[in-house]
Each structure stands twice: as structure tokens, then as C-alpha cells.
Design a binder for this molecule. Structure first.
Ligand SMILES: *[C@@H]1O[C@H](CO)[C@@H](O)[C@H](O)[C@H]1NC(C)=O
Ligand SMILES: *[C@@H]1O[C@H](CO)[C@@H](O)[C@H](O)[C@H]1NC(C)=O
Ligand SMILES: *[C@@H]1O[C@H](CO)[C@@H](O)[C@H](O)[C@H]1NC(C)=O
Ligand SMILES: *[C@@H]1O[C@H](CO)[C@@H](O)[C@H](O)[C@H]1NC(C)=O
Length: 480
């Protein structure tokens, strides 16, 4: 029996069970591709302070899972795409993964509810690389969960990009799975449905606006200002509803009428593009929260919407191949400070609560020397080096530091590299042109950051060092 149907029935019989199954409110994606991640314990406290009761991880990050023990927060833990082939080809590998990355943590009181097998594996840009491994990996993980006695507590799912479905008529009722992957989608969706698992999809109005400049901006937001799209009498004034309902139609058309849907990612970046700023991000996120409050659902499916915001915290080590905005999806900056006001409906004050106890490096910055000349031939090389290893995604047209002059640009690049390298003296020695200052160079919307103290992993990594130390000691003993 599908979870959704189970819920509908239990509404009549035992409403309490359903209440336990699915917590109210929005979840959060917790990504860890950062040069200076906040300590996991700090993040878990921040989640709790903000009343966020569901979290989604992209891999079985040991430190994150350890910190989530006894937190009461429900967890979706992911298997990265590059592990799909292994999981698909070996039942043993799948069992080991479940044992180490699910069972062990559940025994440590981590409330794992879902395993996400892959992440957008059918994305068109992957050229079909994961097309044949996703389904067998899903089957093996499901079998391993059952074998581990977790078949009913932990559900499998496959977070998909919304490009796995499309509409032939341009309106939701024309929705169906993409023609070139139709059979693969049916195979996976049927398996999920048979196992009472939900369909997970990531929906991004920002990306639509980014790739198609003629996309109607108002249609990305929830204020009802867009020219309505009429679908046989049903009107849509925002892309989220239309996209969600295109999936509902695609599912219905293929016989999956009551399947549960999870929004695996929803959000708006705050920098790195002319449409990525705090104002738009605030407008989108608050609009979404207000839109889903009251459990009105969408025209095709009323009821609560189960969603995870993307993302909790900025990640400065993410690939910028998709675009410079990629490092700015957080509702919080790298240091756990809120970017804008956002009422999630889960705190007494209605405001976001910043991370507490965050330790910063000293208040100093690396900038271009006053005496340096803009035409110094070494500068171009220094800047491209600093930007390649630092993060210059806040520079350029329409970004938070887009108004800097040439000298400001150069300083920004130098400082980024310097902070990422923990303010090491050698990291501010661009030949003859850089210097360290104690005066904050930030102006207007442009923040010259001071990095947070590096965090040296959890017990496992410390243990690794300890073992390494013992080995070195033994080698030394043998030598003398
Ligand atoms: C558990 O997950 C981590 C992180 O994805 C991975 O590196 C590790 O190989 C997994 N363990 C097993 C036994 O598969
Ligand atoms: C997909 O194909 C394109 C064009 O052939 C290529 O440039 C790109 O690197 C490929 N991507 C992957 C992930 O294989
Ligand atoms: C600053 O850097 C950005 C990105 O590298 C560039 O687009 C812009 O033209 C620069 N501005 C000045 C005044 O040099
Ligand atoms: C730095 O400045 C000194 C003296 O002005 C000059 O001799 C030297 O070549 C410069 N070094 C570089 C790498 O530009």
C-alpha cells in the first residue's frame, strides 16, 4: 500500500500515525562542499533552533550523521551518483553500504527515513551515464534495507531533476515522462510505487529564468502577478504549481495516481548572477513558505507539500560549471548568519536564528597595496591564480560586488584566496602588489569576508590521525 493511501486511510482510522510519519514544516538540504564547513554540532543546533525537523544529505557524511544522533531530526541520506555502478553490480556492496551508512547510525539514534539513490542521475547533461545503473542500484539498496530489517522504516527514493518530465501541450495536463527516458522512468517509478516510496523531484524556477532570459520573471514568484496560464479552466500564476502538476499528470497518466511526491530541492541563489540576489531569494523563499502554508497544495493535488529547501548554508567549494550562482544557494551564509528575513513558521520570533558559538579568524584582510600600479604586469596572473583557488563568484555584472572598481576587484580576489588559506602570511604575498590590512574593505552589498576557523573533522578523522601518528611512531622506533 502506498504511503499516501495509507495516510488517507489512517485519517479515518488512526490519524495519530500519520502525524508521526510526516513532520510539518520545511526540511533543509545540508551540503558539505565547503572549504570551511561549520562544525556538524553547530549545524544541528542551528537546525533545531530554527525548528527544521527534516534534513537531506548528499552522501552519508559521517560527521553530519553522528551529530544528528538523538536530535529528533528526520534524515534523508544520499548515495552519490559515482557510487551507483558499484551498488548496481554488487549486492554485497549494497548490504555493506546499508550496514555502515544506515544501520550503524540508526543504532546511534539517527532518525533515518529515506535513502536517496543517486542525485538527479538522469540529468540531460550526464549524457545517460547513470541511465542503466540507477535502477539496479535502487533494487539492491531496497533489498539490503529489507534484509537489515529496515524495509518499513526506511524508504528508498531517487531525487530527479524536473527535466525528467515535460508537457507536449505546454500546460500541466500534457505532462508525461520525457520520451527518451520514458521506459527507465516507468521502471523506477513502478518500483518506488510498489514499495510505498515517494517520487522525489527538484524544482527550480531560477534555472528557467537563468537559461531563458525571455522567461516571464513574475511567473517564477508567488505573488500572482504573472499572466495566468489556462489549462482547460484551471489557471496557473506560478511556475512551481504548474511544474508540480505536470508531474502529477505524468504520474496519473502512467497509472501512479496516489503516489507521494517530495520536493527534494527548492530555493533561489543570492549571488553570482543578475537575478541572484538577497531580494529575489527572499521573495522566492518567503513566497514559497506562504504558498505552502495552510496545506492548500496545488490545483491538482490539495494537501501538505513535503519540501526541502536548497540550501541551508552556502558551499564555496561547489563546481561553478552550472554558473557562478552555484556557491550561493544557502538561506544562511558560510558562517551560519541569515542572509535575509524569512519566516519559516517554526520559530517564536518568526525570524531565522543564526548559528551560535561560531569562531572567526582575526579581523584582517588581504588587499591590493596603495603603492601598486594597476598596470603592473604581474597583477593579471595573480588575480587569475587567486580566483582559481579562491572564490570570485561575487564579482561581475549584477552581483553583490559588481560595483567595485578595478582595484576593488583585485583586492577582492586576493582576500578570497587569503581567507580560504586561513589567513596564512604566504597567502598574501602576491609579488609587490598585496598587503594585509585591519580595515574592513567591505562596501555596500559587497562583503569582504573573514573566514571561520577550520574544523578538523569528527572522531573518525581524528582517529585516522591518531593511527597515522602511532604508525609514524612505530616506524621511528624501528629506525632508531
Ligand atoms: C558510506 O558512505 C560514505 C560516504 O558516501 C562512503 O564513502 C563509504 O564508502 C560508504 N561505506 C560503505 C561501506 O559503502
Ligand atoms: C556529455 O557530452 C558532451 C558533448 O558530447 C560533452 O562535452 C560532455 O563532457 C559530456 N558530459 C559527460 C558528463 O559525460
Ligand atoms: C571586475 O571583475 C569582473 C569579473 O572578473 C569583471 O567583469 C569586471 O569588468 C571588473 N571590473 C573592473 C572595473 O575592472
Ligand atoms: C618587485 O619590486 C622590485 C623593486 O621595485 C623589483 O625589483 C622586482 O622585480 C619586483 N618583483 C616583481 C615580481 O614584480
Amino acid at each position: 500500500m502506498g504511503f499516501f493511501r495509507f495516510c488517507l486511510m489512517s485519517l479515518v482510522l488512526i490519524p495519530f500515525l500519520c502525524w508521526i510519519e510526516s513532520v510539518n514544516g520545511i526540511g533543509a538540504n545540508w551540503g558539505t562542499q565547503s572549504s570551511h564547513p561549520l562544525p556538524p554540532g553547530t549545524v544541528v543546533k542551528m537546525l533545531k533552533d530554527n525548528g527544521i525537523q527534516k534534513v537531506k544529505l548528499f552522501d552519508a557524511d559521517y560527521g553530519a550523521l553522528k551529530a544528528l544522533g538523538k536530535s529528533g531530526i528526520q534524515v534523508m541520506v544520499g548515495i552519490p551518483n559515482d557510487m551507483l555502478a558499484t551498488m548496481a553490480s554488487s549486492m554485497k556492496a549494497a548490504e555493506k553500504w546499508v550496514s555502515k551508512n544506515v544501520s550503524d547510525h540508526i543504532n546511534n539514534n539517527v532518525d533515518i527515513r529515506y535513502v536517496a539513490v543517486g542525485n538527479e542521475p538522469f540529468l540531460a547533461t550526464y549524457n545517460g551515464t547513470f541511465l542503466r545503473t540507477t535502477f539496479p542500484a535502487l533494487q539492491n539498496i531496497q533489498a539490503a534495507l529489507i534484509k537489515a530489517g529496515l524495509g518499513s522504516k526506511v524508504k528508498v527514493t531517487v531525487p530527479q531533476n524536473a527535466d525528467v518530465y515535460e508537457s507536449s501541450s505546454g500546460v500541466p495536463s500534457g505532462g508525461d515522462f520525457r520520451a527518451d527516458i520514458h521506459d527507465f522512468m516507468i521502471q523506477i517509478t513502478k518500483f518506488l510505487n510498489d514499495n510505498g516510496s515517494p517520487f522525489t523531484v527538484n524544482i527550480y524556477p531560477f534555472i528557467s529564468l537563468y537559461i531563458e532570459s525571455s522567461f516571464p520573471v513574475e511567473y517564477a514568484f508567488f505573488d500572482g502577478n504573472a499572466t495566468p496560464v489556462n489549462d482547460g479552466g484551471t489557471t496557473y500564476t506560478n511556475m512551481f504549481d504548474a511544474n508540480y502538476d505536470t508531474l502529477v499528470w505524468a504520474l496519473q497518466k502512467n497509472g501512479f495516481t496516489n503516489m507521494g511526491i517530495i520536493i527534494g530541492e527548492i530555493g533561489w541563489p543570492s549571488d553570482g548572477d543578475r537575478n541572484a540576489n538577497n531580494k529575489y531569494a527572499q521573495r522566492f523563499m518567503q513566497g514559497f513558505m506562504t504558498h505552502i502554508s495552510g496545506n492548500r497544495g496545488t490545483p491538482m493535488r490539495t494537501g501538505p507539500i513535503d519540501a526541502y529547501m536548497f540550501s541551508l548554508i552556502d558551499e564555496d567549494d561547489k563546481s561553478i560549471q552550472p554558473g557562478n550562482f552555484e556557491r550561493h544557494w544557502g538561506v544562511f551564509y558560510y558562517d551560519g548568519q541569515p542572509k535575509y528575513s524569512l519566516n519559516l513558521g517554526t520559530t517564536n520570533s518568526g525570524a531565522l536564528i543564526p548559528a551560535t558559538g561560531v569562531k572567526y579568524l582575526q579581523k584582517k584582510w588581504c588587499v591590493m597595496k596603495d603603492s601598486a600600479k594597476l598596470d603592473d604586469p604581474s597583477i593579471a596572473q595573480s588575480v587569475s591564480y587567486a580566483c582559481a583557488l579562491g572564490d570570485c563568484t561575487s564579482l561581475g555584472y549584477g552581483t553583490s560586488c559588481g560595483d567595485l572598481d578595478a582595484k576593488g576587484n583585485i583586492s577582492y580576489a586576493f582576500n578570497s584566496y587569503y581567507q580560504k588559506n586561513d589567513q596564512a602570511d604566504e597567502a598574501c604575498k602576491f609579488p609587490n602588489v598585496s598587503t594585509v590590512t585591519k580595515e574592513d574593505p567591505s562596501t555596500g552589498t559587497c562583503r569582504f569576508v573573514v573566514m571561520i576557523e577550520p574544523y578538523f573533522g569528527g572522531a573518525d578523522r581524528l582517529m585516522g590521525r591518531f593511527v597515522g601518528g602511532v604508525v609514524l611512531f612505530l616506524v621511528w622506533v624501528l629506525l632508531v
